[in-house]
Design a protein around this ligand. Sequence first.
Ligand code: GUN
Ligand code: ZN
Length: 431
Amino acid sequence: ARMMMTLHLGQTLTFTGDPFREGPSATTHSSRGAVLVEGGRVIETGEADALRAAHPQADVRDHGDGLILPGFVDAHMHYPQTAMIASWGKRLIDWLNSYTFPEEGKFADRAYADEIAARTLDLAIANGTTALTSFCTIHPGSVDAFFAAAEARGMAGFAGKTCMDRNAPDYLSDTAQSAHDDSKTLIERWHGKGRATYVITPRFSPTSSPEQLGALGALWVANPTCLMQTHLSEQVDEIDWVKGLYPQARDYLDTYEAHGLLGERGLYGHAIHLEPREADRLREVGAGLVHCPTSNTFIGSGLFDMAARVAEGQRIGLASDTGGGSSFSMLRVMGAAYEIGQLKRNPIHPAQLLWLATEGSARVLHAQGEIGRLAPGSAADMIVLDLASTPAIAQRSALASDIWEALFPTIMMGDDRAIAKTYVAGRQMKG
Ligand code: GUN
Ligand code: ZN
């Protein structure tokens, strides 16, 4: 029996190349486009009239002027921090000790982990994010909770047990051996199961001994299709602390590199204050830099130099970093990336912002073609964006002379109200 085909009609916008290399012309916009979906996958994209004629049996969903886009891909966040988002007044180290660690301690309780995982994924769907990359807590049950909640919604999830064996409270500390063994068990349970990808997760060098970093480096060698995520050079005080803890290291990145934790499938959150050697090595290995602009302004970390990193040819993704980041909306994250670009005298084009939140993040996750794109064969993880979701946005987009001017007010001023519909693997989850 044939599966049901669904033909979505609306405005469409797809990338034909990398807008950082080729400019905004590396896109195709159709004011009356179509996306044909069957069995949770995109079968074909094109013009509405042509696809209607070619597939008269398809069930038609007409989204009018709504802009059909791939769902956003958040390349770095902390689901256990959902409940303590927007905590006032501290910078990184004090923020972790005062707000973050006490909240993460609650995840020893599996029922609480389930509740927050469900809450986080529902907030993501409401905000048009269809794939998340998350740190969990040191508790293996926090990883089970995240992947189970993602599986229940059919979502692509990238996550791992956060490992810490020093400079953390006792109730949030593991050991080099238990971090390795628990992570290994979780890899066997979840990696490659459905849409789950396991991410080996040392929190950052200050909370791992050299022995723990080495044990996780060995685990990565044994499981090379896993990703690895951590934090790198977020705040100046943190970098000074790392230099004191690892006196032999050439720089912060070297603490990871020396322990087998630098690689193409590595995701390095923040990466703001990079030394030239660090930037060179990250580019040489093709590692993923994950820009977290709402977090960087909220925690006061610094200004990511997008122009310099693009010129070097780095692989870059975009992320909310909630609850260090102050919004669940990747629209707000794109807006913050634009504002930081402005402070660096580099106005980032809306095509580039959109690319970072979809294809760019998918590429750092080595999931390009599967997520972050609407093309034949990719997952039908899609959103319909309302480009006139509030009076202020509507009056500005009404004056637009092209799709970028129509979209930019939503990037700067939009929130969950702009997400008219969210589909995960073809299934409608919002709207
Ligand atoms: N560095 C180490 N842990 C964290 C965290 O939870 N959030 C942020 N923003 N930075 C970190
Ligand atoms: Zn983080």
